[in-house]
Design a binder for this molecule. Structure first.
Ligand SMILES: *Cc1c(COP(=O)(O)O)cnc(C)c1O
Length: 419
């Protein structure tokens, strides 16, 4: 399979122009209709140069960090953009579309018979409406009342080492997070106020209770379990593994490695809980999740993104990603004092990564090197670790040729700081 062909700008533009032709054809608009605001307004003016960011004075960056929401997540597949444009041509009843798309997704992912799926505005949104649904069920009064929990359960159990920035979405429902460290704590923490047991998948290694056992405890204590697996594909099998493991609700990002719409995510779970989540979400008004709007375009785009993702040759992609890092490695290793090391995180962004380290011969910190790359032309963004201790990168969001650009730029910046 030729991977790079899928990623070319030209392939993308061809897709777009044939799509434009298709839409114009479908609407039977004469191309020279001077009175049409569609023709005169949309086609001329903004976007004419092909780089909308440059037109706004914002610098685009070469992304060696991966699927970071701060950098725009991932680049949508052209196939996804095409179906989103098609979705934009009609009105539909959104809850009906959500249910139908969820059914299609459940079939594609071969989920257990009592499982379904819901397209949300992201994994974070899936966490909020998933928990809201557990709390309210289909009680309209409770749905209107959130985050006032009067009459509802009010606690969610989480391992202390699993606390992270995204548990804000859980707290937004009004619940209190109850932290536990070991199995004994967990047993004591479960009570009649316990609504849910939350698991943060990337923290699996840090917690005493591991992913399978957490789901088993949920069954034993009759408490619904939720797993945040937002960035945990690849491998693709994770899309169904946690359902098979017994998790009641599972959240994935649509706009990360799946390369769906940036403002989309997936809540997979037990049919009843997924339907309660939808009741707490846009388009329904007077709900906590009304601010997490999902458009018809995102819903349809997510179906297509998953279809493409399931058909992709993941082994070939992995090889390509590793090869790109080797291109960078062989160039930067030529600078005296510089060494590289490859690694693959066990969970969350389970793709080839590379560290670049150097000895005293180069008088700059990883942060200084990264800052210099960010100021370069083209601008490049790599990672420097939480403490700024090491320069690292991954290559799964790179476009063709960008591995070479990074290789030359990093080598040049390191050389400029050589004694
Ligand atoms: C990215 C991420 C989220 C949020 O996902 P969105 O799709 O951006 O809402 C939640 N949890 C973890 C662990 C993540 O990595």
């Amino acid at each position: 399979m030729n991977i790079s062909a899928k990623w070319t700008r030209r392939g993308f533009m061809t897709g777009i122009s044939s799509l434009t032709a298709m839409i114009l054809g479908a609407r039977k608009l004469p191309a020279s209709n001077a009175s049409s605001p569609v023709i005169d307004g949309a086609v001329k003016g903004f976007g004419q140069t092909g780089n909308v960011y440059e037109e706004l004075g914002v610098t685009t960056v070469i992304n060696g960090q991966g699927t970071m929401t701060m950098l725009g997540g991932s680049l949508m597949r052209p196939e996804v953009e095409s179906v989103m444009a098609l979705a934009g041509q009609h009105f539909v009843n959104i809850p009906e579309l959500e249910v139908a798309a969820g059914k299609r997704i459940a079939e594609m992912l071969k989920l257990p018979a009592d499982y379904s799926a819901l397209v949300t505005s992201g994994a974070a949104a899936a966490m909020l409406s998933g928990l809201a649904g557990i709390l309210t069920k289909d009680n309209p009064q409770f749905i209107r009342q959130l985050p006032d929990l009067t009459g509802m359960k009010s606690e969610v159990i989480i391992q202390k080492s699993h606390r992270n920035a995204f548990d804000h979405q859980l707290r937004a429902t009004g619940i209190r997070l109850v932290e536990v460290v070991d199995r004994d704590d967990l047993r004591k923490a479960v009570n009649e106020k316990t609504a849910m047991m939350h698991f943060t998948n990337f923290a699996n290694a840090a917690g005493q209770i591991k992913v399978e056992e957490w789901a088993k405890f949920g069954k034993e204590y009759r408490v619904p379990t939720f797993i945040d697996a937002a960035a945990d594909t690849p491998p693709v099998s994770h899309l169904w593994d946690y359902a098979t493991m017994g998790y009641d609700l599972i959240a994935f990002s649509g706009g990360k490695a799946i390369r769906g719409p940036q403002c989309a995510g997936l809540l997979v779970g037990r049919k009843d809980l997924v339907s309660y989540a939808l009741l707490n979400n846009s388009p329904h008004e007077d709900t906590l999740g009304r601010s997490q709007k999902v458009g018809k375009e995102e819903i349809v785009g997510m179906v297509k993104a998953l279809e493409c993702y399931l058909q992709e040759d993941h082994e070939a992609l992995n090889k390509e990603w590793q090869h790109r890092l080797e291109v960078v490695s062989s160039e930067v290793s030529k600078v005296p004092g510089v060494t590289t090391k490859f690694f693959v995180p066990d969970i969350a962004n389970h793709v080839p990564h590379m560290e670049i380290r150097w000895d005293k011969r180069i008088s700059a910190t990883p942060k200084e090197i990264n800052a210099a790359l960010r100021k370069g032309k083209p601008a490049i963004v790599l990672s420097t670790g939480e403490e700024g201790e090491v320069l690292s990168l991954n290559s799964f969001m790179l476009q063709p040729g960008e591995d070479r650009i990074i290789a030359n730029a990093v080598a040049a910046v390191l050389k400029a700081h050589a004694a």
